[in-house]
Design a protein around this ligand. Structure first.
Ligand SMILES: [Zn+2]
Length: 412
């Protein structure tokens, strides 16, 4: 079932935040065409809260469920060790096997209310273009928006690595990812970003760069990313994923950097659970805190930065857990940033829905003209979203009910 497979439908008795009374929502041709008192036959929301579908703005479907193939000695390693370990798995990659794991996990995401995913997909000398080919081939198979971001896990500075990324973009990948830290020197980190912008401009694609993943304040590439975004006139087309070390800066630097991010219209994606668990090799004599940290979400949102949420890895080398729940990520985001004021529940819902939609270029929201990707939640107010069971009663994609009480409807 591809994205063109839409259905005309009406959602009855829905509660939405912009309306004091219960309303009905008509969907036609994959978009919301009317909101008001419509009546007739339809999907009954029974007065429960309705919101746009969840957008998982950052995950790695090519690695999902590699946990099942791991040996006991593969667990508990640092980020650098994990990157080496990954190569062992990638050498043996087979397209059909990648697809099988990815599709299984996509189905779990759908059951958890996810209607759109941006997946990072490794493109490098070890796995070549296999993972990209695997994911490209299933884009239209399931009722979900799937966006593919080429991820140069092993760097972009040599000619071969760069050529592979360009081939992936020519073969249909949607945008370009990056990982400056994988280059060996500080100069290399900056050159990595320079090359990403060169390729992005040549292929006219957006950028989504993973950077500043540790608590170490010296690990701080964001200012350079902001500078390059302005220099290359790529405002509105760049996303910075993780941005953890921003939390380790002085208050004034956090505020100023957040202001500059908003000005350059650079989006930020946080992946809370995986961010907390990531472990770095530290110089001798320096001891890690019990956990890593996450980006300073409150400062960023207050400054007007568009912040979205991703689950990051699902059950693999980098993160051996994960149940495909965006609600779980929203909760960790809230707890790890002390986001506890009255507006917090709605802010978190926005991060997990419309803000992610904006990054993926989707028109998400509960208004006329928006995508008919809609969730009927198990509560009647935003404050209930994170305080109840992690169950999304109904998931609607392109106007069609695709999942009810975590059970698939009419597909696969
Ligand atoms: Zn990631």
């Amino acid at each position: 079932m591809g994205r063109e497979d839409t259905q005309n439908s009406i959602i009855l008795n829905a509660r939405i935040r912009s309306h004091p009374d219960l309303i009905d929502i008509a969907c036609e041709g994959g978009i919301i065409t009317e909101i008001g008192s419509i009546g007739g036959d339809g999907i009954d929301a029974c007065g429960r809260l309705v919101c746009p579908g969840f957008v998982n703005a950052h995950t790695h479907l090519d690695k999902a469920d590699l946990l099942l193939q791991m040996k006991p000695s593969d667990f508990g390693k640092s980020l650098t060790e994990n990157r080496e370990l990954l190569k062992r798995f990638k050498v043996g990659y087979e397209i059909e096997e990648i697809r099988k794991r990815a599709k299984r996990v996509i189905r779990e995401f759908i059951a958890n209310g996810v209607t759109a995913i941006r997946t990072q997909v490794d493109v490098d000398g070890t796995g070549g273009l296999k993972a990209c080919e695997a994911l490209n081939g299933i884009k239209e198979e399931l009722p979900i928006e799937l966006q593919i971001c080429t991820f140069p896990q092993e760097g972009v500075l040599d000619e071969n690595a760069r050529s592979l990324v360009e081939q992936a973009l020519d073969a249909g990948a949607d945008l370009m990812g990056g990982l400056p830290l994988v280059e060996k020197t500080e100069e290399g980190h900056m050159q990595h970003i320079d090359v990403l912008f060169e390729i992005a401009k040549k292929h006219d694609v957006d950028l989504d760069i993973q950077l500043d993943e540790s608590n170490d304040p010296r690990d701080f590439m964001l200012p350079y990313l902001i500078e390059k975004t302005i220099e290359c006139k790529w405002q509105g087309r760049v996303t910075a994923t993780h941005c953890i070390s921003l939390s380790a800066q002085d208050e004034n630097i956090i505020k100023e950097t957040s202001r500059l991010l908003a000005q350059a219209r650079i989006n930020v994606i946080t992946t809370p659970s995986a961010n907390m668990i990531t472990r770095f090799d530290l110089p001798e004599g320096i001891h890690s805190r019990p956990s890593n940290s996450i980006a300073p979400l409150i400062h960023l949102v207050d400054a007007g930065v568009n912040v979205a949420i991703g689950t990051d890895n699902i059950r693999d080398i980098f993160y051996p857990m994960g149940n495909c729940s965006m609600l779980r990520e929203m909760h960790v985001a809230q707890a790890s940033t002390r986001m506890c004021d009255q507006n917090a529940p709605q802010r978190l819902i926005d991060m997990a829905t419309v803000n992610g939609g904006r990054i993926l270029g989707l028109n998400y929201g509960i208004h006329e003209g928006a995508a008919a990707d809609i969730l009927i939640l198990g509560c009647d107010a935003p404050s209930g979203v994170l305080n109840g069971p992690e169950n999304i009663p109904m998931v609607i994609r392109s106007g069609r009910l695709v999942c009810e009480s975590s059970r698939e409807v009419e597909y696969g």
